[in-house]
Each structure stands twice: as structure tokens, then as C-alpha cells.
Design a protein around this ligand. Structure first.
Ligand SMILES: C[S@@+](CC[C@H](N)C(=O)[O-])C[C@H]1O[C@@H](n2cnc3c(N)ncnc32)[C@H](O)[C@@H]1O
Length: 228
């Protein structure tokens, strides 16, 4: 079954938290998650190439979501769950923790202005949500053409507990994965690609040190000051 959050029946399982993913796509196949799949080229090809695995994709743009749903149905793909919506919301409110073996993020919006950095998927305050879906031994696969952002992502990831980060020199062995990657490779733009692996003994509830500091600051700010 191809299940998508654009269908009415999304509402019922969504009430059950965390979402019972095994109920939606039964089986024991490993889960892979793609955040911001855009036109969905990679997710579709990968789900088709790995029928023994299960895939979950997030995209905020309805047009892309509907396009991928149509193409997946036409190919008879039944190991793919699509959600149209804000991934960080779903990650924080609906999904179980530590269930996925791979998280894919390709060419995420870089939000270049510093006052918008908090909106990035790879900000120390949101990273815990993105990597929180990874089981111990799970991997992140990431690419960006916005090199300054990519370098910051490397820095942030290197500070994440139990994560081993490796830059991918040159293209992926399987070539351009997504539409953006194909376009940028044709244009000859530099691209930073990496994979990062959580250690097999990673803690189930891991927090980035800077994210943890932000939580402590937020809590402290809400406490009445001693003089009040
Ligand atoms: C620059 S495009 C890249 C699309 C695709 N990954 C590719 O490489 O061709 C970024 C995509 O991520 C989606 N996106 C950005 N932030 C998102 C979020 N928080 N949740 C879900 N989708 C998101 C955007 O709508 C957009 O389609």
C-alpha cells in the first residue's frame, strides 16, 4: 500500500502517537527517511530498487507531494509512505524515536540570512529532531551546494555525540541522486556531500551540546528570577 498524508485516512493513525509505522507499512524491512524530497526522483528510485526496505518521505510543497504520489502509484510502489507537511513538526510530535537506518537530506533550504538560521534543518536546536529518528548504527546522507552551510553542518555534526562524519570526495557512486544535484552537476557547481554514522552504542536520547544549552536557556528564562 502506498499511504500518504494527503489521504483522509491519515487523520486516524495520526491521532495515535507516536505513529505506528509498522501498522502503515507492515513488515520487518529497515526504514529510510527523506526530508524535503522535492520532485522525489531519488526517493522513488530508491524505494523501487529496495522493495525489502520501507521508506518515509516529507515534503512541504503540495504540488511535489501530489506528483510523487501519482508517480509512485503508477509504478505500483508499496513500500513508501509520503507525508505532505513540515518535517520538524512530524519529527517532534508524531514519529517514534530511533526507528530509521538512514536519513537522507539533499540540498536543504540554506536560509542564508543569519536571522533565519534557526529555520535550518541543521541548526544545533533542530538537529536532535533530524538525527533522533536514527537507530544506533544508523546513517545520515547529506548534500548541499551552499558550501558555507555545508561546512557549518560538518562542524555541528562533529559535535554530535557518537556520530562519525565522513566527507564524500566527488560524486556518489550511484551518480546524481536528486533533481537539484543533477542540475548543479551540469552547471559545474561545487557540492559538499557527506555521510555520517551513529555508533552502535549511541544513547537512545541524544542531544547536541548547543541544542541542550538552548533548552536549558529556554527553561531558565521561564523560571521566575530570584529577585521577582
Ligand atoms: C532545495 S529543494 C531540494 C529538493 C530535493 N531534495 C532535491 O535535491 O532535488 C528543498 C526541498 O525541501 C523542502 N523542505 C524544506 N524544508 C522542509 C521541511 N522542514 N519539511 C519538509 N520539506 C521541507 C522544500 O519544500 C523543497 O522542496
Amino acid at each position: 500500500m502506498l499511504f500518504s498524508a494527503g489521504d483522509q485516512n491519515w487523520l486516524l493513525p495520526a491521532l495515535k502517537q507516536p505513529l505506528d509505522l509498522d501498522d502503515l507499512i507492515p513488515g520487518d524491512g529497515e526504514w529510510e527517511v527523506e526530508i524535503g524530497f522535492g520532485k522525489g526522483r531519488y526517493l522513488l528510485d530508491r524505494a523501487q530498487a529496495h522493495p525489502e526496505r520501507r521508506f518515509l518521505g516529507f515534503e512541504v510543497v503540495s504540488k511535489y507531494f501530489r506528483m510523487l504520489r501519482r508517480r509512485a502509484r503508477a509504478r505500483g510502489i508499496n513500500n513508501l509512505l509520503l507525508v505532505r507537511g513540515e518535517a520538524l513538526y512530524a519529527l517532534s510530535a508524531v514519529l517514534p524515536a530511533a526507528f530509521a537506518s538512514i536519513v537522507h537530506v539533499y540540498f536543504p533550504d540554506p536560509w542564508p540570512k543569519s536571522r533565519h538560521h534557526r529555520r535550518r534543518l541543521f541548526d544545533p536546536r533542530s538537529l536532535d529532531l533530524v538525527l533522533g529518528v536514527l537507530r544506533p548504527g544508523g546513517e545520515l546522507w547529506f548534500a548541499t551546494d551552499f558550501i558555507e552551510y555545508g561546512e557549518r553542518v560538518v562542524e555541528i555534526l562533529q559535535a554530535y555525540p557518537g556520530l562519525d562524519v565522513e566527507l564524500q570526495p566527488g560524486p556518489w557512486p550511484d551518480g546524481a541522486r536528486t533533481n537539484y544535484e543533477a542540475k548543479y552537476m551540469l552547471e559545474g557547481r561545487p557540492i559538499l556531500r557527506l555521510h555520517a554514522r551513529l555508533s552502535d552504542s549511541a544513547e537512545p536520547l541524544r542531544l547536541h551540546p548547543e541544542g541542550k544549552a538552548a533548552i536549558i536557556a529556554a527553561v531558565t528564562n521561564r523560571l521566575p528570577s530570584p529577585q521577582a
